[in-house]
Design a protein around this ligand. Structure first.
Ligand code: GLC
Ligand code: MG
Length: 533
């Protein structure tokens, strides 16, 4: 049996700790807050949690700048809080996945503080240094050159992201050993896997594009995760793979990663981060269908996702977050999460959270957004500027989670949260959603229950029926069972799906029930069991 089959039973919920639930009233989410909400997570039908970085960090990039990989960031709590979270999660059969940031550390990490002191410091070689910048790479946050001058050694160091995030030198065997030790430390604490932050960048080729898989990439990943102790971890790379790379990296027996994200369905919506491109769900259904077919043929584990902490809400960008918010959010979930692969739900996606409208830069925190603002303010009119920022900012999905409509939205008892609330929190929150006849959360529960109960949705073959004109129909087949998933993201239509004898088992539009023909209005989703033909 394929090694990855067992992961098809997993449903992963991504948590952004700063914004999930604040237990101690300092305006910042924390580990104890997450522990409080485990029943909510469990009730959704989730069985694994991926925590964005919880380690000690100056927070110049919200925890992706780590100053101690073996300690918990004090605003999130203590090691005891972490152990408590793990124990309570395990009690509920929920697995824990941590975020491994291996491409860079914080400039406040002990290694870097030593490294920058002198060329003969034992840690100097833990980072990349050069007398002059080796190329014209710019940092990924729009902050300018990726090379920063260090006075003590009269050299430049490389930072693919912020100045406070120096890239570590993976060509140094000591660095590779350090990361193996860090992984082992957390295995011993009971974690089940890692989401690997920009792992594709660890092997550098200074003459090429930064994003290229460098010459030793596979070798280094294998050293990290192909070991006896680490080989059974669930690992998913943020590696921006194409079809060839996903097999090379996630193929059975390679001892590298179990899976990796691709971003085709994300990138089609904008040019860079802040400039919208006119696109349609037609592109999205085609990309979804293509990756399902490709990963099935290649026999690799595919991560099913639309949202994460680096993107504005998918439903705001590609769907409808206005009058058809419920229908659109649930149709997206139906298409993606009944597919072949492992579902990743980002906190709040299951409530149908939506982008915010702000017109003041003080409402933003994300370094990339602030860089964009600095570079653009005065050059384009304010109206356009804030339109672009509200469209693309990562802060959209990072705003405090709204649990109810009260003061603090059930997120915090503090007067002010670390980042202003989403502008529609009074209407878009867990409590009001659950009261709604059309509840996104309840639909997610039904959807995940279906996935759990029907083996075909987990292990079944994916068979494409139709994917064009913003309309998708696919089958999942397992043993003698057949299920049909239909989602219509475009105009109203009547279609002949060709299966006369079928039973509707899930829909986001109960009107379908009274219709004899296969008629779908925009954002209808319907799931059928195919009966004997
Ligand atoms: C990844 C993270 C993102 C972070 C960056 C640098 O893309 O998801 O949030 O800013 O890496 O670590
Ligand atoms: Mg707190």
């Amino acid at each position: 049996m394929k090694e990855f089959i067992k992961y098809l039973d997993w449903v992963i919920y991504q948590i952004y700790p700063k914004s999930f639930c604040d237990s101690d009233g300092d305006g910042i989410g924390d580990l104890a807050g997450i522990t409080e909400k485990l029943d909510y997570i469990k009730d959704l039908g989730v069985n694994a949690i991926w925590l964005c970085p919880i380690f000690k960090s100056p927070q110049c990039d919200n925890g992706y700048d780590i100053s101690d990989y073996r300690d918990i960031e004090p605003v999130f709590g203590t090691m005891r809080d972490f152990e408590n979270l793990v124990a309570n999660a395990k009690k509920r059969d929920i697995k824990i996945i941590l975020d491994l940031v291996a491409n860079h550390t914080s400039s406040e990490h002990f290694w870097f503080k030593e490294a920058r002191k002198s060329k003969d410091n034992p840690y100097h070689d833990y980072y990349y240094w050069a007398k002059k910048p080796l190329n014209d790479w710019t940092d990924q946050f729009g902050g300018g050159s990726a090379w920063e001058y260090n006075e003590q050694t009269d050299e430049y160091y490389l930072h693919s992201f912020a100045v406070g995030q120096p890239d570590v030198n993976w060509d140094n065997p000591k660095v590779r050993q350090e990361f193996c030790d860090i992984v082992d430390f957390w295995i011993d604490k009971g974690v089940d896997g890692f989401r690997c932050d920009v792992l594709h960048l660890i092997s550098k080729d200074f003459k090429n594009d930064l994003k290229w898989f460098g010459p030793h990439f596979h070798e280094y990943v294998n050293q990290l995760f192909g070991r006896e102790k680490s080989k059974n971890l669930f690992t998913v790379g943020e590696c921006y793979v194409d079809e060839k790379q996903i097999t090379e990296l996630c193929g059975e027996g390679r001892g590298e990663l179990k899976s990796s994200f691709q971003f085709d369905h994300i990138f089609i919506g904008s040019k860079g981060r802040f400039a919208p491109i006119v696109t349609s769900m037609n592109e999205v259904v085609k990309i979804f269908d293509n990756w399902e077919k490709v990963t099935q043929k290649l026999d690799v584990l595919y991560p099913l996702f639309t949202d994460n902490h680096d993107q504005p809400w998918y439903n705001s960008k590609f769907g409808n977050d206005g009058v058809k918010r419920f229908e659109s959010a649930t149709a997206l979930a139906t298409m993606f999460f009944l597919g072949r692969g492992v579902p990743f739900i980002y906190q709040g996606q299951e409530v149908g959270f939506a982008n915010s409208e702000y017109g003041d830069i003080s409402a933003f925190d994300d370094i990339e957004t602030l860089n964009f603002y600095k570079a653009s303010v005065g050059k384009i009119d304010d109206k356009t500027l804030y339109k672009d920022i509200n469209f693309g900012s990562r802060d959209n999905s990072r705003r405090p989670f709204a649990w109810n409509g009260e003061q603090g939205f059930g997120f915090t008892s503090a007067e002010k949260p670390w980042l202003p609330y989403a502008t529609r929190s009074d209407r878009l929150n867990v409590e009001s959603d659950l009261k709604n006849e059309k509840s996104v959360i309840k639909y997610y529960r039904d959807l995940l229950k279906l996935r759990k109960e029907v083996a075909a949705f987990r292990y079944g073959q994916y068979k494409s029926i139709y994917s064009d004109d913003g309309f998708i129909a696919y089958l999942r087949e397992y043993d003698d069972e057949k299920y049909l998933v239909v989602c219509n993201f475009a105009g109203d239509r009547e279609v002949d799906l060709g299966f006369k004898n079928k039973k509707l088992i899930l829909t986001n539009n109960n009107a379908i029930l009274s219709i004899k023909k296969d008629r779908f209005v925009q954002y209808d989703a319907a799931v059928y069991k195919i009966l004997d033909e």
